[in-house]
Ligand binder design. Structure first.
Ligand code: NAD
Ligand code: UDP
Length: 310
């Protein structure tokens, strides 16, 4: 098949492109390199089935493809907050442009949505039926509400025009190809530990997240895209839940030579206190569950950052 991956030069997108090529597909990677990098796809550039299109999803695009994975959007808080208006435009215009092309071609489109649609959740763990607790005017809203509106657009194109959609709510995912300057917690802690710098916990470190290794996530994305008669939304993530303090201690235990200490910094506004996916729908509909534990995934990710950090 011919497959378009928007955001294909980013962290998750680069792994997805690689896996789709391995499965014998032709892949077009569309990216504006806001947070993605050439380095993430340099191993794919020599592949005759791989093409790169430098483009911004705010503007319409036209490629003859069978499937579109719409991943283009900065995902790390410090990056999506740099230019919040642009983040909203990327989510909403990006969704419209992916959906319009899908409608024209009669192909299939998958939207990378997020656990942030649940906001600072009052229901724990989070099921797809939960509508969320999102601040519409805070510093995270450009991302959270942008993604929520993108979901709305996907379901309205499905109801109104019969467009073939898939919507996945991705929970915190980590692994190789995260940018060194990404700023999310797993890469921050590993990089800080490798450099012998203090690990920066925001708040008291009691807030929780559930971390999914990228290979598991990519399997789930492909399973969702390949399925029939199931639009989602579906949660994909690893339900093992850790506090940020536990995560910092795990990273330090895996890098014993580090000598780093833990320091506490201010908690950013609207930071969700707890997060853990209920993945029973993914288990039932996609026969999917993650296989890689946090410890295994951290070891692989540490191995990667050792090769990229001076
Ligand atoms: P990332 O920032 O590494 O990748 C995003 C990619 O999109 C980058 O290559 C970036 O250059 C590109 N991009 C951004 N704006 C664009 C635009 N206007 N036009 C074209 N390209 C643009 O982030 P990621 O972690 O790989 O996330 C990929 C997708 O998955 C995002 O949509 C994100 O919201 C979603 N997601 C990720 C996570 C996670 O934990 N990693 C969790 C929930 C949802
Ligand atoms: N966090 C932290 N130290 C860091 C980066 C993040 O303690 O150096 C915290 C952050 O406040 C949040 C959690 O780790 O509570 C996960 O943050 P991340 O940015 O990775 O993802 P998100 O908040 O979007 O889930």
């Amino acid at each position: 098949m011919k497959i378009l991956v928007t955001g294909g030069a980013g962290f998750i997108g680069s792994h997805l492109c690689e896996k789709l090529l391995e499965k014998g597909n032709e892949v077009i990677c569309l990216d504006n390199f806001f947070t993605g990098s050439q380095k993430n796809i340099e191993n794919l550039m020599g592949n005759k089935n791989f093409k790169l299109a430098e483009h911004d999803v705010e503007k319409p695009y036209d490629f003859a493809v069978d499937e579109i994975y719409n991943l283009a959007c900065p995902a790390a808080p410090i990056w999506y907050q740099k230019d919040p208006v642009k983040t909203v435009r990327t989510s909403i215009l990006g969704a419209i442009n992916a959906l319009d092309l899908t409608k024209k071609l009669g192909c299939r489109v998958l939207q990378a949505s997020t656990s942030e649609v649940y906001g600072d959740p009052r229901v724990h763990p989070q099921k797809e039926s939960y509508w969320g607790n999102v601040n519409p005017i805070g510093i995270r809203s450009c991302y959270d509400e942008g993604k929520r509106c993108a979901e709305t657009l996907f379901f309205d194109y499905w109801r109104e025009y019969g467009v073939d959609i898939k919507v996945v709510r991705i929970f915190n995912t980590y692994g190789p190809n995260m940018a060194v300057e990404d700023g999310r917690v797993v890469s921050n802690f590993i990089i800080q530990a490798l450099r012998g710098e203090d690990l920066t916990i925001y708040g008291d470190g009691s807030q929780t997240r559930s971390f999914c290794y990228v290979d598991d996530l990519v399997e789930g994305l492909i399973a969702l895209m390949g399925g029939k008669d199931f639009t989602g939304p579906v949660n994909l993530g690893n339900p093992a839940e850790f506090s940020m303090k536990e995560l910092a201690e795990k990273v330090l235990a895996l890098i014993p030579e580090s000598g780093s200490k833990i320091v506490f910094k201010d908690l950013p506004a609207d930071d969700p206190k707890q997060r853990k996916p209920d993945i029973s729908l993914a288990e039932e509909k996609l026969n999917w569950q993650p296989a890689i534990t946090l410890e295994e995934g951290l070891k692989k990710t540490i191995g990667y950052f050792k090769t990229v950090i001076k």
